[in-house]
Design a protein around this ligand. Structure first.
Ligand code: FMN
Length: 194
């Protein structure tokens, strides 16, 4: 299966990146094809709400979002990983999601949702927050759910870690790596809603 993986953290070697690295291990070991996108290093302009995608389902902006759009169409499994910033997803993550408005138009206006594929489409949301406040997870989860459903991922699991602030602190969490790897293993089980 093709697996698209999005890292929404700007911090190199940070908690999200470390956690994502662990999650990807069982997926690659099982022989699946992983496409990683470090959103902070890509050129993804925010959605301009220009309406350019409404009649076509294609965004009129030409930037790195084109390769993400291709990966979203071609992949059957998705990992969206983000730090919690101001009780929500990072700006890098949110900019990518907003640009998926073109998929929203394709699905809801043009009635052409992305097809399910042989193995179904499933997602995993990984969140890391420095505070111990659940609201960041709730807000991030709500946005991620809207994203996943828009790209025909009807089923997703959320794995979140709070109270992880300092760079690398996730390494000291007793279960985080096991939790991330176990969730990734569940992700690659065939089947799942389209
Ligand atoms: C701009 C900014 C906003 C933040 N807002 C929150 C927040 O609302 N809730 C929270 O739990 N942590 C917040 N944090 C802390 C980060 O979530 C935390 O440091 C996390 O471990 C960063 O992950 P990373 O190392 O992958 O970048 C914020 C950090 C930054 C830089």
């Amino acid at each position: 299966m093709k697996v698209a993986v999005f890292n929404g953290s700007p911090r190199k070697g940070g908690n999200t990146e470390i956690l994502l690295g662990e999650a990807v291990k069982p997926i690659e070991s099982a022989g699946h094809e992983v496409a990683r996108f470090n959103l902070n290093e890509m050129h993804i302009r925010p959605c301009q709400d220009c309406g350019g995608c409404e009649g076509t389902g294609e965004c009129v902006q030409k930037d790195d979002m084109a390769m993400i759009r291709d990966a979203i169409r071609q992949s059957e499994r998705f990992i969206l990983a983000s730090p919690i910033f101001f009780f929500g997803l990072s700006a890098q993550t949110k900019a990518m999601i907003d640009r998926c408005q073109a998929f929203w138009c394709e699905k809801y206006l043009l009635k052409r949702p992305i097809p399910g594929g042989a193995n179904g489409r499933k997602g995993l949301l990984l969140l890391v927050g420095g505070m111990k406040k659940e609201i960041g997870v709730e807000c991030g989860e709500a946005t991620a759910k809207a994203f996943f459903r828009t790209i025909s991922v009807q089923e997703h699991e959320t794995v979140a870690f709070l109270g992880i602030d300092e760079k690398g602190a996730i390494r000291r969490h007793e279960t985080a790596f096991d939790d991330a790897r176990a969730a990734a293993q569940r992700l690659i089980v065939p089947g799942g809603g389209a």
